[in-house]
Design a binder for this molecule. Structure first.
Ligand code: HPA
Length: 263
């Protein structure tokens, strides 16, 4: 299984998969529930990040089990979705953003497989945190489909589960474009496993203080469900374009350490 989709808020079922079958994958970090199904003759894995029915808040998601499980299935490419608040007026609710950078404002997540217990010190390059090959395919496909999409976006990841204060948003808006609660550590763990990872964020609201009214989770869910068809169409059309052979930096993330015999 080469390709996986991670569905965020509002994306609990991979509507385009034929014959979805549930698998529980055991990992050293706990179990992960993954669906596998066929898409255009190709086996694709699907993982609902918040659990089916949105039962897991962002800070309780077992990111390490999820990513380890996908790796153990042979997954090399991940397309993920996230709901985000906008920090910029020109990123409007309903718009799609292909993330290219992130800033980590989380506080207490388990964000690495290399925590040094084994005496190994591993520092991975994050100049391009998201897979450039996948990002390009997603952008070109979105353009073909006539979707409103932005090719660049810095994702500010907060700890949550509360939404932000307007003062936080004022600060974040100097640094980033969108705000969400789940991309970290997912994007980091994918790179540590040399899996290509790209994320399409769907803007569900203007962030606190930019929006004239208080935020509700229902608003996020409503805008997500009104727009999710765009992401489904985008992924469905992008998946067949993903080449078998990877030419990106992601596959060699640990090369330096493998060459030195450390890993
Ligand atoms: N803040 C954080 N996470 C979010 C938001 C937001 O405004 N909207 C959707 N996910």
């Amino acid at each position: 299984m080469r390709i996986a989709i991670i569905g965020g808020t509002g994306v609990y079922d991979p509507a385009f998969l034929e014959n979805p079958q549930e698998m529980i994958i055991s990992t050293p970090y706990g179990d992960a529930k993954i669906l596998k199904g066929i898409y255009q003759g190709e086996e694709v894995a699907f993982l609902a990040r918040h659990g089916v029915g949105h039962s897991l808040p962002p800070h309780r998601i077992n990111y390490k089990a999820n990513m380890w499980a996908l790796k153990s299935l042979g997954v090399e490419r991940i397309l993920s979705t996230t709901a985000v608040g906008s920090l910029k007026m020109d990123l409007m609710p309903g718009d799609l953003v292909i993330l290219d950078q992130f800033i980590d404002f989380t506080k207490k997540r388990d964000y690495t497989f290399f925590n040094g217990d084994d005496g190994k010190v591993i520092h991975i390059d994050f100049t391009q945190p998201y897979c450039p090959e996948l990002r390009k395919i997603l952008f070109e496909t979105a353009k073909e489909l006539g979707l409103r999409i932005h090719y660049y976006g810095t994702y500010i990841c907060t700890e949550g589960p509360r939404f932000e204060t307007p003062a936080e948003i004022k600060m974040f808006s100097y640094f980033g474009d969108v705000v969400g609660m789940t991309n970290v550590p997912e994007v980091i763990l994918a790179r540590e496993l040399e899996i290509c990872y790209a994320s399409v964020s769907l803007v569900t609201n203007y962030a606190a203080g930019i929006s004239p009214s208080p935020l509700t989770h229902q608003e996020v869910l409503d805008v997500m469900s009104e727009n999710i068809e765009k992401v489904r169409k985008l992924f469905a059309r992008a998946i067949p374009k993903i080449p078998k052979e990877r030419k990106c930096i992601c596959k060699d993330a640990l090369k330096e350490y493998k060459e030195k015999g450390i890993l």
